[in-house]
Design a protein around this ligand. Structure first.
Ligand SMILES: [Cu+2]
Length: 294
Protein backbone atom coordinates (compact mmCIF):
# COMPACT_ATOMS: atom_id res chain seq x y z
CA UNK A 1 0.00 0.00 0.00
CA UNK A 2 2.70 2.43 0.99
CA UNK A 3 4.69 1.85 -2.20
CA UNK A 4 1.64 2.35 -4.40
CA UNK A 5 0.91 5.75 -2.81
CA UNK A 6 4.53 6.76 -3.13
CA UNK A 7 4.52 5.62 -6.76
CA UNK A 8 1.46 7.74 -7.54
CA UNK A 9 2.99 10.78 -5.90
CA UNK A 10 6.12 10.33 -7.96
CA UNK A 11 4.08 9.93 -11.14
CA UNK A 12 2.11 13.11 -10.43
CA UNK A 13 5.32 14.94 -9.58
CA UNK A 14 6.99 13.80 -12.81
CA UNK A 15 3.93 14.89 -14.78
CA UNK A 16 3.92 18.33 -13.17
CA UNK A 17 7.59 18.83 -13.94
CA UNK A 18 7.40 17.50 -17.49
CA UNK A 19 4.41 19.53 -18.69
CA UNK A 20 5.81 23.03 -18.22
CA UNK A 21 9.10 22.02 -19.85
CA UNK A 22 7.10 20.62 -22.74
CA UNK A 23 4.95 23.68 -23.38
CA UNK A 24 6.93 26.66 -22.20
CA UNK A 25 9.09 28.72 -24.52
CA UNK A 26 10.60 31.99 -23.43
CA UNK A 27 10.40 34.80 -25.92
CA UNK A 28 13.73 35.61 -27.55
CA UNK A 29 14.28 39.35 -27.78
CA UNK A 30 16.16 41.18 -30.52
CA UNK A 31 16.89 44.91 -30.57
CA UNK A 32 16.83 47.13 -33.64
CA UNK A 33 19.45 49.52 -32.32
CA UNK A 34 19.89 53.28 -32.66
CA UNK A 35 21.67 54.23 -35.87
CA UNK A 36 20.84 51.10 -37.86
CA UNK A 37 19.19 53.26 -40.54
CA UNK A 38 22.68 54.41 -41.53
CA UNK A 39 24.99 51.91 -43.29
CA UNK A 40 27.89 50.65 -41.16
CA UNK A 41 26.14 48.47 -38.57
CA UNK A 42 26.55 45.50 -40.93
CA UNK A 43 30.34 45.67 -40.53
CA UNK A 44 30.04 44.44 -36.95
CA UNK A 45 26.81 42.44 -37.40
CA UNK A 46 24.95 44.89 -35.19
CA UNK A 47 22.02 46.00 -37.35
CA UNK A 48 19.87 43.61 -35.33
CA UNK A 49 21.25 42.67 -31.90
CA UNK A 50 21.92 39.80 -31.69
CA UNK A 51 22.04 39.27 -35.44
CA UNK A 52 21.74 35.51 -35.09
CA UNK A 53 19.54 33.68 -32.58
CA UNK A 54 18.61 30.02 -32.13
CA UNK A 55 15.16 29.10 -30.82
CA UNK A 56 13.21 25.88 -30.32
CA UNK A 57 10.42 25.16 -32.77
CA UNK A 58 7.33 26.81 -31.29
CA UNK A 59 9.44 29.59 -29.84
CA UNK A 60 8.62 33.23 -30.31
CA UNK A 61 11.02 35.99 -31.30
CA UNK A 62 10.25 39.63 -30.53
CA UNK A 63 12.01 42.54 -32.22
CA UNK A 64 11.94 45.97 -30.53
CA UNK A 65 12.56 49.07 -32.58
CA UNK A 66 14.95 51.00 -30.32
CA UNK A 67 15.94 53.31 -33.18
CA UNK A 68 14.37 56.66 -34.05
CA UNK A 69 13.67 55.56 -37.66
CA UNK A 70 11.05 53.05 -38.86
CA UNK A 71 12.21 49.59 -39.91
CA UNK A 72 10.93 46.23 -41.11
CA UNK A 73 11.72 42.63 -40.18
CA UNK A 74 11.14 40.80 -43.46
CA UNK A 75 12.04 37.16 -44.11
CA UNK A 76 14.23 36.61 -47.16
CA UNK A 77 17.37 38.33 -48.39
CA UNK A 78 18.03 41.71 -50.05
CA UNK A 79 19.32 39.79 -53.09
CA UNK A 80 16.27 37.56 -53.60
CA UNK A 81 13.63 39.73 -51.97
CA UNK A 82 10.99 38.80 -49.38
CA UNK A 83 10.17 35.06 -49.23
CA UNK A 84 6.80 35.49 -47.53
CA UNK A 85 7.48 33.55 -44.31
CA UNK A 86 7.08 36.60 -42.09
CA UNK A 87 7.00 40.36 -42.53
CA UNK A 88 6.50 43.01 -39.90
CA UNK A 89 5.65 45.76 -42.36
CA UNK A 90 6.95 49.14 -41.34
CA UNK A 91 7.14 49.45 -37.57
CA UNK A 92 7.86 52.69 -35.85
CA UNK A 93 10.29 53.75 -33.17
CA UNK A 94 9.25 52.18 -29.86
CA UNK A 95 7.08 49.49 -31.44
CA UNK A 96 7.66 45.72 -31.45
CA UNK A 97 7.03 42.85 -33.85
CA UNK A 98 6.76 39.19 -32.84
CA UNK A 99 6.80 35.97 -34.84
CA UNK A 100 6.42 32.38 -33.67
CA UNK A 101 8.60 29.80 -35.45
CA UNK A 102 6.49 26.68 -36.00
CA UNK A 103 8.90 24.90 -38.35
CA UNK A 104 12.56 24.12 -38.09
CA UNK A 105 15.00 25.78 -40.43
CA UNK A 106 17.25 28.73 -40.97
CA UNK A 107 15.37 31.97 -41.56
CA UNK A 108 17.34 34.92 -42.93
CA UNK A 109 15.62 38.27 -42.71
CA UNK A 110 16.37 41.90 -43.56
CA UNK A 111 14.96 45.42 -43.48
CA UNK A 112 13.13 46.49 -46.65
CA UNK A 113 13.97 50.14 -46.02
CA UNK A 114 17.64 49.60 -45.13
CA UNK A 115 18.75 46.43 -46.97
CA UNK A 116 22.18 46.38 -45.29
CA UNK A 117 20.31 45.33 -42.14
CA UNK A 118 20.30 41.53 -42.05
CA UNK A 119 19.81 38.86 -39.41
CA UNK A 120 19.10 35.14 -39.04
CA UNK A 121 16.80 33.07 -36.85
CA UNK A 122 17.59 29.36 -36.56
CA UNK A 123 14.63 27.29 -35.36
CA UNK A 124 15.59 23.85 -34.02
CA UNK A 125 13.23 20.96 -33.42
CA UNK A 126 13.69 19.69 -29.89
CA UNK A 127 13.01 15.91 -29.79
CA UNK A 128 9.93 15.78 -27.55
CA UNK A 129 8.13 18.21 -29.78
CA UNK A 130 8.21 16.33 -33.06
CA UNK A 131 4.64 15.15 -32.53
CA UNK A 132 3.31 18.50 -31.49
CA UNK A 133 0.73 19.69 -33.97
CA UNK A 134 1.43 23.07 -35.45
CA UNK A 135 -0.64 25.76 -33.86
CA UNK A 136 -2.67 28.11 -35.97
CA UNK A 137 -0.60 30.58 -37.87
CA UNK A 138 0.10 33.73 -35.88
CA UNK A 139 0.25 36.47 -38.42
CA UNK A 140 1.46 39.55 -36.60
CA UNK A 141 1.48 41.78 -39.65
CA UNK A 142 -0.33 45.05 -39.36
CA UNK A 143 -3.82 44.44 -40.75
CA UNK A 144 -4.56 48.03 -41.68
CA UNK A 145 -1.51 48.32 -43.91
CA UNK A 146 -1.23 46.94 -47.39
CA UNK A 147 0.63 47.64 -50.58
CA UNK A 148 -0.98 48.21 -53.93
CA UNK A 149 1.48 48.53 -56.76
CA UNK A 150 3.89 51.33 -55.99
CA UNK A 151 1.61 53.15 -53.59
CA UNK A 152 0.57 52.30 -50.08
CA UNK A 153 -2.80 52.69 -48.42
CA UNK A 154 -3.68 52.99 -44.76
CA UNK A 155 -7.16 53.22 -43.22
CA UNK A 156 -7.79 55.78 -40.50
CA UNK A 157 -8.56 54.26 -37.11
CA UNK A 158 -12.26 55.09 -37.32
CA UNK A 159 -12.48 53.49 -40.79
CA UNK A 160 -13.71 56.69 -42.45
CA UNK A 161 -10.73 57.61 -44.64
CA UNK A 162 -8.26 55.57 -46.67
CA UNK A 163 -5.05 57.52 -47.13
CA UNK A 164 -3.06 56.51 -50.19
CA UNK A 165 0.46 57.77 -50.79
CA UNK A 166 2.18 57.50 -54.19
CA UNK A 167 5.62 58.72 -55.11
CA UNK A 168 8.25 58.80 -57.80
CA UNK A 169 11.35 56.71 -57.23
CA UNK A 170 13.75 58.87 -55.18
CA UNK A 171 16.54 59.80 -57.57
CA UNK A 172 19.58 61.92 -56.80
CA UNK A 173 19.40 65.42 -58.26
CA UNK A 174 15.72 65.10 -59.18
CA UNK A 175 12.53 66.31 -57.58
CA UNK A 176 10.02 63.62 -56.68
CA UNK A 177 6.27 63.95 -57.15
CA UNK A 178 4.36 62.71 -54.10
CA UNK A 179 0.59 62.40 -54.26
CA UNK A 180 -1.89 61.92 -51.44
CA UNK A 181 -5.35 60.52 -52.05
CA UNK A 182 -8.24 60.40 -49.59
CA UNK A 183 -11.08 57.95 -50.29
CA UNK A 184 -13.73 56.12 -48.31
CA UNK A 185 -13.81 52.33 -48.03
CA UNK A 186 -15.68 52.16 -51.38
CA UNK A 187 -12.91 54.21 -53.03
CA UNK A 188 -15.07 57.30 -53.46
CA UNK A 189 -13.13 60.53 -52.92
CA UNK A 190 -13.47 62.15 -49.50
CA UNK A 191 -13.75 65.90 -50.06
CA UNK A 192 -12.39 68.76 -47.97
CA UNK A 193 -9.65 66.94 -46.08
CA UNK A 194 -7.29 69.29 -44.26
CA UNK A 195 -3.86 67.88 -43.64
CA UNK A 196 -0.17 68.53 -43.52
CA UNK A 197 2.62 66.68 -45.27
CA UNK A 198 6.35 66.36 -44.72
CA UNK A 199 9.06 64.34 -46.46
CA UNK A 200 12.52 63.60 -45.14
CA UNK A 201 15.55 62.07 -46.80
CA UNK A 202 18.70 61.31 -44.80
CA UNK A 203 17.37 63.49 -41.94
CA UNK A 204 16.97 66.41 -44.33
CA UNK A 205 13.54 67.91 -44.89
CA UNK A 206 12.71 67.94 -48.60
CA UNK A 207 9.00 68.76 -48.32
CA UNK A 208 6.95 70.51 -45.63
CA UNK A 209 3.47 71.88 -46.28
CA UNK A 210 1.03 72.79 -43.51
CA UNK A 211 -2.69 73.65 -43.74
CA UNK A 212 -3.28 71.84 -47.02
CA UNK A 213 -6.84 71.38 -48.25
CA UNK A 214 -7.66 68.52 -50.63
CA UNK A 215 -10.95 69.79 -52.05
CA UNK A 216 -11.68 66.79 -54.27
CA UNK A 217 -9.75 64.05 -52.48
CA UNK A 218 -6.37 64.18 -54.19
CA UNK A 219 -3.36 66.48 -54.12
CA UNK A 220 0.10 66.31 -55.59
CA UNK A 221 3.31 67.77 -54.16
CA UNK A 222 6.88 68.09 -55.36
CA UNK A 223 9.90 67.65 -53.15
CA UNK A 224 13.06 69.73 -53.37
CA UNK A 225 15.77 68.26 -55.62
CA UNK A 226 16.95 65.15 -53.75
CA UNK A 227 20.49 64.79 -52.47
CA UNK A 228 20.65 61.02 -52.97
CA UNK A 229 18.80 57.84 -53.99
CA UNK A 230 18.09 57.01 -50.35
CA UNK A 231 14.59 56.16 -49.06
CA UNK A 232 12.14 59.02 -48.74
CA UNK A 233 10.05 59.13 -45.57
CA UNK A 234 6.69 60.80 -46.10
CA UNK A 235 4.33 61.69 -43.27
CA UNK A 236 0.75 62.83 -43.74
CA UNK A 237 -1.22 64.12 -40.75
CA UNK A 238 -4.97 64.54 -41.04
CA UNK A 239 -6.15 67.72 -39.32
CA UNK A 240 -9.89 67.26 -39.94
CA UNK A 241 -12.61 67.38 -42.60
CA UNK A 242 -14.37 70.64 -43.45
CA UNK A 243 -13.92 74.01 -45.12
CA UNK A 244 -10.48 75.60 -44.61
CA UNK A 245 -11.82 78.68 -42.80
CA UNK A 246 -14.11 76.68 -40.50
CA UNK A 247 -11.57 74.85 -38.36
CA UNK A 248 -13.79 74.89 -35.28
CA UNK A 249 -16.29 72.60 -37.04
CA UNK A 250 -13.92 70.12 -38.65
CA UNK A 251 -14.94 66.49 -38.26
CA UNK A 252 -13.36 63.09 -38.85
CA UNK A 253 -10.01 61.81 -37.62
CA UNK A 254 -8.00 64.70 -36.22
CA UNK A 255 -4.29 64.52 -35.63
CA UNK A 256 -3.92 61.03 -37.01
CA UNK A 257 -0.67 60.52 -38.88
CA UNK A 258 0.38 58.05 -41.56
CA UNK A 259 4.01 57.50 -42.38
CA UNK A 260 5.31 55.92 -45.56
CA UNK A 261 8.78 54.94 -46.66
CA UNK A 262 9.47 55.17 -50.37
CA UNK A 263 12.24 52.66 -50.94
CA UNK A 264 14.07 52.84 -54.27
CA UNK A 265 15.26 49.96 -56.35
CA UNK A 266 17.15 47.08 -54.79
CA UNK A 267 17.05 43.35 -55.44
CA UNK A 268 14.17 42.36 -57.72
CA UNK A 269 11.98 45.28 -56.68
CA UNK A 270 11.86 48.51 -58.63
CA UNK A 271 10.34 50.41 -55.74
CA UNK A 272 8.20 49.68 -52.76
CA UNK A 273 6.23 51.96 -50.51
CA UNK A 274 5.64 50.81 -46.97
CA UNK A 275 3.07 52.56 -44.88
CA UNK A 276 2.08 52.50 -41.28
CA UNK A 277 -0.53 54.32 -39.24
CA UNK A 278 0.66 56.11 -36.17
CA UNK A 279 -1.84 54.68 -33.75
CA UNK A 280 -1.49 57.31 -31.05
CA UNK A 281 -3.53 60.40 -31.63
CA UNK A 282 -1.18 63.34 -31.83
CA UNK A 283 -1.67 66.64 -30.09
CA UNK A 284 -2.32 69.63 -32.34
CA UNK A 285 -1.40 73.06 -31.07
CA UNK A 286 -2.99 76.27 -32.29
CA UNK A 287 -0.28 76.52 -34.94
CA UNK A 288 -1.07 73.02 -36.25
CA UNK A 289 2.31 71.82 -35.11
CA UNK A 290 2.05 68.09 -34.54
CA UNK A 291 3.86 66.19 -31.87
CA UNK A 292 3.63 62.41 -32.32
CA UNK A 293 3.21 60.70 -28.95
CA UNK A 294 4.63 57.22 -29.34
CU1 LIG B 1 15.60 49.50 -41.34
Amino acid sequence: MKTIVLGSILAVFAFMVAVPAFADHPTTEISVPVGSSTPGCEETNECYIPSEVTVDVGGEVMWSNDDSASHTVTSGTPKDGPDGTFDSGLFLSGQTFSHKFEESGEFPYFCLVHPWMQGTVIAQASEEEHDETAEEDHDESNDDTFDEGTGATVMSQDGSIMIRINSDVPTRGEEAAVSVEFTDAEKNPVEHVNFEITAMQNEEQVLAETKQHAMSGIMEFTTAALGSDSPLDVQVTILGIGLPDDEANWTGPKGEAVSASVVPEFGPLAMIILASAIVSIVAITARSKVIPRL
